[in-house]
Design a protein around this ligand. Structure first.
Ligand code: FE2
Length: 758
């Protein structure tokens, strides 16, 4: 099917199609409006509501109510201004900062009596406050934060917690109002007040969260890795999330690349020490080599760390190396955290059936709880050290950057490791939280990549998982200033900062997993593909994250599409040998060059029992909408219709749409579809010159909002032990610069404590 001729586009009436053909070919231009963002907070700004794709003003259905929340990065304190829009920032203008990097901005759209109002707020974590205080402040010359790839770091303060990824509602009593968490992969979850949108507290103290690696620990803001989509069990009132540890070698695939030249070493190095048989005569040499391996990788990390600043001293590098050596025996870990609303977490280290610790190769971006199981997936969003490159600031060494990326990067895993934990194995935990108990996870493999997925709460007939496989579609690969177009055409611009196109068509998939069967017999899959399944997919469905979804009948997916300006030669090469190729490389290149429009699609799930009384699924796509050329859509959310019948399609789908209108009118709009009639096009378009969001992905919806409960959180209690320890270390250093750092740290945190007291 030619996606451009989809019948839904016949709904175009007075809507002005954006300037679609200014590139070197007839391929639609990607809307530049996604690169501009505002950090200005607004309150109760009314939207102009337009009917369908016309300019006719109207009001909303009475069935549309409640509060839509969207979150996304909004640049940093030092982001450059957008030359085309003087009031807006263009955070990716430097050519190396990806769209993912930025402080979180929360957008809340309130639907009331046929009207809609916008409120926005920057998510001000403690590290954000620190960033604001030290930024261009002559009192703190050593403490400034800078962007490094996907992260924002300070040499002496650590990693900023940019609360920009996901919104997770929780509720410990059915009669209470929903509370709301901002959750991220790199940092602690934080609670926000749904009314004011201000930060209330982090979930878990600094003492509760372990740093991802000892090398990232010794800062006031240590880098903790978690799960951007934790799972709240609304029946048992428990939040489950993850504290992830990764050895430096996992961040640095470079060494794996090097080792490809030494195949004899690979089996030794791939064997965890703890898994080795004690009767193995090579046990001692293996341990020695294993430790050398860690020493080598950690040493390289120290050298890289020392490059964070030209003024970084030899002592810093040496101290880092000492820490690395001290951490020789620390390896990857995955700890399951359970929070029931109190001060402490219950925690378990996850081990595999053979007793070895679970190791995650990419990320645990998402976790789901069913009635009896916890489902973890090694998600197709890799975070490697090359994405935190310290020397990307130097534009003179683009060739070196490109070379380092070639060495330090791998394609995402083509097969998805899945881990299943029985909840009845989560006995009451050991009280000493520094010594977590272990819990066993069964592993199995789902062919093809999974970045986002949904799991039903009811698991009586097996664990039911719905996804779109992002085949050769690597959401972690963003375009850099030194990239070349895959089309070998100097006239085709590449849009630095944006995610790259996919190099194959995606598959929509649902699975019944039998957690008791052998891994090779555990999966009952149902897979379909449609012509529009190109680009990264994001989902929405009724009651998403608001209550346990015992059975999901309908899921909506937005596909980002394929764009000529978003495919680099590097990514095209990286996925040339993709394992599960559906479309040949040449056709994949052509699809992106011609362009594949962003598409909103409705997937219906039917169930039946086979002759053995086993659950089987059947997928259909009864409805879809193809966005007009040069329109990019994202952040889908299902809003149930007030007074409706409660069915899975009785409601609205909202999404953000980015345009590039020639007349300078609203380049960003919120489109609202009738969820049961997508192909009719948007029912409403919400327009406002103050809707100046950047690249957002995730959303949630609450039927009503109420203030967050009072919190006893103390910033001083949370940070003082760590800060005091660091201050003492720097005071005893023989370097005069460190004495200044000690003074600056003390002064900064006193300023932070006072600010929170007020
Ligand atoms: Fe996500």
């Amino acid at each position: 099917m030619d996606v451009m001729s989809d019948r839904s586009n016949s709904a175009l009436m007075t809507f002005t199609a954006p300037n679609s053909n200014q590139g070197s070919t007839s391929s639609p231009r990607f809307p530049r409006s996604i690169f501009s963002v505002s950090r200005t907070e607004v309150d109760q700004i009314p939207f102009t509501i337009k009917h369908g794709l016309t300019d006719q003003e109207t009001s909303l259905d009475s069935g549309l109510s409640g509060y839509l929340f969207i979150v996304g990065p909004a640049g940093s304190l030092d982001s450059p201004w957008d030359p085309r829009h003087p009031c807006l920032l263009n955070p990716t203008r430097d050519g190396y900062t990806p769209l993912y990097n930025g402080d979180g901005m929360i957008y809340r759209i309130q639907f009331e009596q046929g009207q809609a109002y916008l409120k926005t707020k920057l998510a001000q974590s403690v590290s954000y406050i620190a960033d604001e205080i030290v930024h261009d402040n002559p009192c703190y010359p050593n403490l400034n934060f800078e962007n490094f790839g996907i992260a924002r770091n300070s040499i002496y303060l650590g990693a900023s917690t940019q609360l920009s990824v996901t919104l997770t509602p929780i509720r410990f009593q059915a009669e209470d109002p929903y509370r709301l968490l901002l959750t991220v992969d790199m940092g602690r979850p934080h609670e926000i007040d749904p009314v004011t949108l201000e930060i209330v507290q982090p979930i878990g103290s600094n003492q509760e969260w372990k740093a991802v690696n000892p090398l990232f620990a010794n800062f006031p803001f240590p880098l903790a890795m978690s799960c951007a989509h934790p799972s709240f069990d609304f029946e048992r009132k428990e939040l489950y999330t993850i504290n992830l540890g990764r050895s430096i070698s996992r961040f640095l695939p470079t060494l794996r690349q090097v080792l490809k030249h030494f195949p004899a070493l690979q089996p030794v190095l791939k064997t965890p020490v703890s898994a080795s048989s004690s009767t193995d005569p090579l046990q001692v040499p293996k341990q020695f080599v294993h430790q050398l391996w860690h020493w080598f990788s950690d040493g390289i990390d120290s050298l890289i760390r020392s490059g964070y600043s030209q003024s970084q001293s030899v002592e810093d590098a040496w101290q880092s190396l000492v820490q690395a050596i001290a951490a020789l025996n620390d390896d990857d870990y995955v700890e399951l955290l359970r929070w029931r609303g109190g001060d402490r977490f219950d925690r378990w280290q996850i081990v595999l059936e053979d007793g070895t610790p679970l190791k995650i190769q990419q990320t645990l971006h998402q976790l789901w709880v069913t009635k009896h199981f916890i489902v973890l997936v090694d998600t197709a969003f890799k975070i490697s050290l090359e994405e935190l490159l310290p020397f990307e600031h130097n534009e003179m060494i683009g060739e070196v950057e490109a070379l380092f990326r070639d060495l330090a990067n791998d394609p995402q895993l083509a097969d998805t490791p899945v881990y299943i934990i029985r909840r009845d194995n989560l006995e009451e935990p050991w009280q000493d939280t520094s010594q977590p108990r272990t819990v066993e996870a069964r592993s199995l493999t789902i062919p093809r990549e999974i970045a986002h997925y949904v799991v039903e709460y009811e698991d009586r007939d097996g664990i039911v998982l719905h996804t779109v496989h992002s085949c050769a579609t690597d959401a972690a690969e963003t375009i850099r200033h030194f990239d070349r177009s895959a089309f070998n055409d100097p006239n085709t611009p590449l849009l630095a900062g944006m995610l790259c196109d996919g190099m194959d068509i995606n598959w929509i998939g649902s699975y019944v997993i039998n957690p008791n069967a052998k891994p090779e017999e555990a999966l009952t899959p149902c897979l379909i593909k449609r012509d529009y399944c190109w680009g990264d997919p994001v989902y929405a469905y009724r009651n998403m994250t608001l209550e346990p979804s015992n059975q999901i009948e309908d899921v909506y997916w937005i596909f980002f599409g394929g764009w000529e300006e978003l495919l680099s030669e590097y990514v095209a090469d990286l996925y040339k040998s993709y394992k599960y190729r559906t479309v040949c490389v040449e056709d994949a290149l052509n699809a992106n060059r011609e362009g594949r429009a962003a598409t909103l699609c409705h997937v219906h799930i039917e169930r039946s029992l086979n002759a053995k009384q086993e659950l089987e699924l059947r997928l259909t796509t009864p409805d879809s909408y193809t966005f007009p050329p040069s329109c990019f859509a994202n952040s889908p959310q299902f809003i149930p219709r007030q007074g409706g019948d409660g069915s899975f399609t009785d409601g609205y789908i909202t999404c953000l749409v980015f345009l590039s209108p020639e007349d300078g009118s609203h380049p960003k709009e919120l489109w609202i579809f009738d969820a049961s009639h997508l192909s009719q096009g948007p029912k409403y378009r919400l327009c406002s010159p103050q809707l100046n969001c950047g690249f957002t992905i995730h959303t949630t919806w609450l039927p009503e909002v109420a203030p967050a409960p009072p919190s006893s959180y103390s910033v001083r209690q949370d940070f003082e032990p760590l800060v005091n320890k660091l201050v003492q270390q720097y005071q005893h250093s023989w370097l005069p610069e460190h004495h200044q750092v000690a003074e600056q740290l003390q002064a900064l945190f006193e300023q932070i404590y006072q600010r929170f007291n007020h």
